[in-house]
Design a binder for this molecule. Sequence first.
Ligand code: DGL
Length: 284
Amino acid sequence: MLTESFFPIGVFDSGYGGLTILKEIVQKLPQYDYVYLGDNARTPYGNRSFETVYHYTLEAVKWFFSQNCHLIILACNTASAKALRTIQQRDLPLLAPLKRVLGVIRPSVEAVEKFTITQNIGILGTVGTVLSNSYPLEIQKLFPHLTVTQESCPMWVPLVENNEHKNEGANYFVQKNIENLFQKNSKIDTVILGCTHYPLLVDKILKFLPQNVHLLSQGEIVAKSLEDYLFRHPEIENFCSKNQKREFFTTETVELFEKQATLFFEEKVSAKRISLGYSEVKIL
Ligand code: DGL
């Protein structure tokens, strides 16, 4: 049971990928309480429609509200691309006008310009994130002089979710997508990993990435941006409790989540299972 003094920051992903973001956030801001939810029962989100991703993400956001979260980070590029804007603009004012939901795309975009010399940026993401055009649109708004080239990598999330990312077979898919990206634009000198699962593939990505290409670490960028946000928004920061507590929830079986999440988070994780998608959310 949550106590009165537990007002955690919520961190959401379709599965395990958001743990790569949470790990960096906890490293930078260890004083706060955090609740992580992985919607493992319905992962991956990457190939799903706008409506479905929006619907699933909104259910998760409502669940975070039920856990006393005043600030929620969608640590999932797909959810940030397909659901964040509607939730911020349409749902939050009605459901919880004093609470905030933030994504991972904007902070990554804000950071990108200082790394590029050629002014050519590459985005690797899920099919959903790439089709949403969120990265090119956001980059265009802030830095209209940059050229953005995207490549969707539909096999990368399943490889990670199925713990195949360190195996030899993963090389084929990583090499293929990276080569595709650079065939489209050989001038790229800065690449954003636009999916929170991809840091788990970083060794293989670096192996196939041309030398001198800068790979942006989304976890560090999001953690820094959250630190700045909390500093600039004391009205939200006041609602984030500081007991250094972390709780983990999954919509799938606890045993599998704990095993996998411990690998992603690099710390022992114990989790509880919840169900989403019913009119009442309950802890099982
Ligand atoms: N980690 C996610 C992202 O950043 C989710 C990928 C998926 O569920 O397909 O996009």
